[in-house]
Design a protein. Structure first.
Length: 134
């Protein structure tokens, strides 16, 4: 179940489930996975981001979970994001293993929209944050 609580001192909303968290940190919306997401959950998260968060700079932290989508699912979630995220945006994905790195590079190839959506895949969280701030 998704619960939202307000961080009034920072003006940021926080979404928390037992599977992922969404938080805003220093102008970046951080999606951190606690458990392996399903394709359906990824679509739900996209919807939540569009409706409730500034999605222009997003950090998808997949460094703590196994992650494996089929190529068809990678294409479908990429197309779904293209439909939903209308404003120009950057998305950084932080991964922990080579298989996920390769999958996210495939996603990046599908998701890249010249001048609109700029994806990047990173091994290091600090490097991803630095890239998003550029």
């Amino acid at each position: 179940l998704l619960s939202k609580r307000s961080k009034t001192e920072m003006g940021n909303a926080v979404a928390v489930t037992n599977r992922y968290t969404i938080d805003c940190q220093d102008g970046i919306t951080v999606i951190r996975f606690l458990k392996k997401p399903s394709f359906r959950e990824l679509k739900e998260i996209v919807d939540i981001l569009v409706d409730h968060y500034d999605y222009r700079k997003r950090l998808w932290d997949m460094s703590q979970i196994p992650f494996d989508l089929s190529l068809a699912e990678i294409q479908q979630i990429s197309d779904y994001g293209k439909q939903k995220f209308k404003q120009p945006n950057k998305l950084a994905m932080v991964v922990r293993d080579e298989l996920v790195y390769g999958q996210m590079r495939q996603f990046s190839a599908y998701r890249n929209e010249h001048g609109k959506a700029i994806p990047g895949v990173f091994w290091d969280l600090k490097e991803a944050i630095s890239w998003l701030k550029e």
